[in-house]
Design a protein around this ligand. Structure first.
Ligand SMILES: Cc1cc2nc3c(=O)[nH]c(=O)nc-3n(C[C@H](O)[C@H](O)[C@H](O)COP(=O)(O)OP(=O)(O)OC[C@H]3O[C@@H](n4cnc5c(N)ncnc54)[C@H](O)[C@@H]3O)c2cc1C
Length: 483
């Protein structure tokens, strides 16, 4: 190869808009998809308006009681407290789950150094609660616990007849509409029709608060639960599809739906990913074993440990990061077959663009903006009552309760809880110390961490009193459990 050929300027420039998990992982997979000669010809520029990467993956970290700046590394005193503001736990299920595990493994995050794996047997994997004043209701997590709950839990007793009647409810005429592709209804409408009002109001609305901070009446069932919509279309009943779907496909009585064909392909691909990770050595084998039995996993010091590792690896592979004003995208324009990306303090001329925020695209290409809501996440840490009682001189009759909350994932608050019992319109409370123990030094310091989700579809205006409101919500939940 001549010197002139070696000095050929980069011919392909990929601009990635946004350095959250989506942008960083796009760069990671793009590089992996290129063979080495193609890598030499590819320039990748990640544009990010903040001075840090990670987007929603962000933990406030304290060391020795002092808040660390973004990117400031702890001094290693072992007393770091991490408060997640966004994602905290990652599910190891499905193809996306295993791709994420493989990415963490490729980045060198190991079980001993960085990863925290929570087994399926942990209380946080089994115990989920609903806020049902005057008490917290434990939701069943298995057939046995469902049978038990019929006798012990009034809510389950109320819901059961509707569940049993579901196969006899009529199929929606929407499936036979002239343009069935365009037919849709709300999540709330679908569940109320198939499973009854009580389940839709008192259970499902809480679940949607937890996943989307959203209102089940305003979300599309086809977007949120496409499998359930297809199940009704094909079988006329979600319950029948669940009970007999796989048998019917195996016997060839029913054709597999498109998503089922994809799901089967995913399972085969997951097998290949596990084999690749396992073949990488002892750590890989341990990782596959641990993740196969895991309900969720997290990263010591916070999930942003994953995005920081991605950034460091990408930098070492020659990816450019334009941060702050230099990376704040103001306009994206197509000029001939190239893209001009103007930022507050620069311009990138690219052959390809990937945006993690569709609204940054030119108006002729951007999808219509989706309505969104603001969710407040308030992290609180309390002295663990069990450690304070052990060191106090109280008698057993007035001893502090052993825990703030029962062991579990947390509780969600249905929309139907009246404002007298939920004056601050909280969506739910996550028991962080149970969901991901050992991500920081809180247990060693005798602290119990919880996070409150507030606002969301209720559009709680931030009046600066979120912390006070969050404390009141926790107090009410604790009192209900201790009743
Ligand atoms: C409170 C909360 C809790 C969550 N919990 C979980 C969980 O436990 N598990 C889980 O799997 N998922 C969870 N999620 C979802 C998860 O956090 C997101 O799916 C994921 O972080 C989205 O990453 P992203 O890169 O697509 O977007 P973002 O993280 O929003 O990143 C977008 C990036 O683009 C940048 N940007 C925006 N505009 C511009 C511009 N004009 N120019 C340049 N850069 C720009 C932003 O600064 C940001 O860095 C949670 C989300 C929230 C909000």
């Amino acid at each position: 190869m001549s010197a002139a050929r070696q000095l050929t300027p980069k011919q392909h420039t990929l601009a990635i808009l946004g350095a959250g998990l989506s942008g960083l992982s796009t760069a990671h997979y793009f590089l992996r998809a290129l063979d080495p000669p193609a890598r030499k010809l590819a320039r990748i520029v990640v544009l990010e308006k903040e001075h840090r990467v990670g987007g929603w993956c962000r933990a406030h970290r304290y060391e020795g009681g002092k808040l660390l700046k973004p990117d400031e590394q702890p001094e290693g005193k072992g007393d770091v407290l991490a408060f997640e503001t966004g994602p905290r736990s990652i599910r190891p299920q499905g193809l996306l789950g295993w791709l994420t595990i493989e990415m963490a493994h490729d980045l060198g995050l190991t079980l001993d150094s960085s990863l925290v794996v929570v087994p399926k047997s942990a209380p946080s994997a089994r115990n989920r609660y609903l806020y049902t004043p005057p008490t917290l209701t434990l939701l069943p997590s298995s057939l046995l616990s469902t049978l038990k709950a019929i006798f012990t839990t009034p809510l389950i007793r109320r819901i059961l007849p509707s569940l049993l009647l579901e196969p006899f409810r009529p199929r929606s005429p929407l499936h036979d509409a002239k343009d069935p592709g365009a037919a849709d209804e709300s999540v709330d409408g679908f569940f109320a029709r198939r499973f009854g009002r009580t389940l839709a109001d008192d259970m499902l609305s809480a679940m949607i608060h937890g996943i989307y901070a959203g209102d089940s009446r305003r979300l599309s069932v086809r977007a949120v639960f496409p499998q359930l919509w297809d199940a009704e279309r094909e079988w006329g009943s979600v319950v029948l599809a669940g009970l007999f779907g796989s048998l019917a496909r195996r016997k060839g009585w029913k054709e597999a739906s498109a998503w089922r064909v994809r799901a089967d392909e995913d399972v085969r691909e997951m097998g290949r990913i596990k084999a690749r990770i396992g073949a990488s050595g002892d750590e890989g084998r341990r990782l596959v074993e641990a993740m196969e039995g895991a309900s969720v996993w997290g990263v010591k010091g916070g999930v942003e440990g994953l995005t920081e590792a991605l950034r460091d690896r990408l930098r070492s592979e020659g990816v450019e990061f334009w941060m702050g004003d230099k990376g704040r995208v103001e306009e994206v324009e197509k000029v001939g077959d190239r893209w001009k990306i103007r930022t507050t303090a620069g311009e990138v001329d690219a052959t390809q663009v990937v945006t993690t925020n569709p609204q940054l695209l030119p108006p002729w290409l951007a999808p219509p903006p989706l309505p969104s809501a603001t969710v407040s996440v308030v992290n609180l840490a309390f002295p663990d009552p069990s450690s304070s009682s052990s060191s106090s001189t109280s008698t057993s009759s007035d001893a502090a309760p052993a825990r703030l909350f029962p062991p579990g994932f947390g509780y969600l608050i249905p929309r139907t809880v009246p404002s007298s019992h939920n004056p601050h319109r909280a969506l739910g409370c996550i028991f962080d110390s149970d969901v991901l123990p050992n991500v920081d030094a809180s247990a060693a310091q005798g602290l119990t961490k919880v996070s409150l989700l507030m606002g969301g579809s209720y559009w709680l205006d931030d009046d600066g009193k979120a912390e006070k409101k969050a404390r009141e919500v926790v107090k009410t939940g604790t009192e209900m459990w201790q009743l």
